[in-house]
Each structure stands twice: as structure tokens, then as C-alpha cells.
Design a protein around this ligand. Structure first.
Ligand code: SF4
Length: 116
């Protein structure tokens, strides 16, 4: 069974930025993502978390969608692992672990600033 949330790190990203740690086998990759099987979003449409494809959302629609996605994350048993995964892999898009891409970007920027 495949995870519902496709790891975005498996493909090239805009700008070609991609984690290049030691090569991992497919089974290792899937095992590292097994928490997704317990995600509260498992049966939900991915668009709630990533937005509609090929469409520019209106600001109010986007805000409402993100609020709703965060409501799902708030009752998710694996939200910490999800957020950790997204931060570790610098996921650029979507709501992960209850944080939007902008919130994660700000969190990562704060961490980097603290490290100096
Ligand atoms: S925290 Fe949110 S995005 Fe992550 S698995 Fe749970 S419901 Fe899905």
C-alpha cells in the first residue's frame, strides 16, 4: 500500500534543489514514510493540502483551504512526524504537520538564524 501523501522530495524541484544524502532503497524509503499510513489526511483529497493543480487560488479561498487542512492536522496522530519530515526535507508546497509552506519557511529561517 502506498502512502497517500506523495513524498515531494523524490522528484526534481524548482531550481533543482534536492536532498542528496546516501542512496536509499525503495523499501527503506517506504519504511521511512510509514507514518503516513496513520495520517488523518489519508483518505482525503490531496488538494485540501496542496491546493488545486494548475489553478491560482484567490487569497480568501486559499486561506479557507489552509484553515481546513490545519483542522485535519490538529487531530492527526502523526502530526509531529509529518512536520519533522517536511522540515527535514524542506518540502516547499502544501500543509504538513499543521503548518503551511510559509510557516515552515519562517520556522526554518528562524532555526538557521539561531544557528548563525
Ligand atoms: S499532520 Fe496533517 S498533513 Fe501530516 S499526515 Fe497528519 S493530517 Fe496529513
Amino acid at each position: 500500500m502506498l502512502p497517500t501523501r506523495r513524498p515531494r522530495t523524490g522528484r526534481a524541484r524548482p531550481g533543482g534543489r534536492r536532498r542528496t544524502s546516501a542512496p536509499r532503497t525503495l523499501s527503506t524509503e517506504l519504511a521511512a514514510l510509514d507514518w503516513q499510513l496513520e495520517g488523518a489526511c489519508r483518505e482525503l483529497n490531496e488538494e485540501l493540502f496542496f491546493g488545486p493543480p494548475q489553478t491560482i487560488e484567490q487569497r480568501t479561498e486559499r486561506a479557507a483551504r489552509i484553515r481546513e487542512a490545519k483542522r485535519v492536522c490538529a487531530r492527526c496522530p502523526v502530526s509531529q512526524r509529518c512536520l519533522g519530515y517536511a522540515l527535514e526535507n524542506e518540502e516547499e508546497f502544501g500543509v504538513w504537520g499543521g503548518l503551511s509552506e510559509l510557516e515552515r519557511w519562517e520556522l526554518l529561517a528562524e532555526r538557521r538564524a539561531r544557528r548563525g
